[in-house]
Design a protein around this ligand. Sequence first.
Ligand code: TYC
Length: 88
Amino acid sequence: MTQTKEPKLYKVFLLNDDYTTMDFVVEILMDIFHKSYSEAVDIMLTVHKKGKGLCGIYTYEIAETKVDEVHRRARAHEFPLKAIMEEE
Ligand code: TYC
């Protein structure tokens, strides 16, 4: 039977830039995406080397809230860090 009632899921990615500090990105990954320190460092380095990195997969509202939290916190620290969401 096809599962018509499953909610759509969205991947949240962080994007690389030249100005946000590595420490700040690690902090974001630990605080907002609940990663351990070593997972956070791995994801941050993937973003730094490849341009983007997967932070988590969520329902629409949670994904949107995570993206907003990243942007609010980055703005507060005057970093240009961006997060995006993509339907799975
Ligand atoms: N490229 C940044 C630097 O060299 C670090 C960085 C990593 C920035 C991940 C954003 O999503 C990011 N300081």
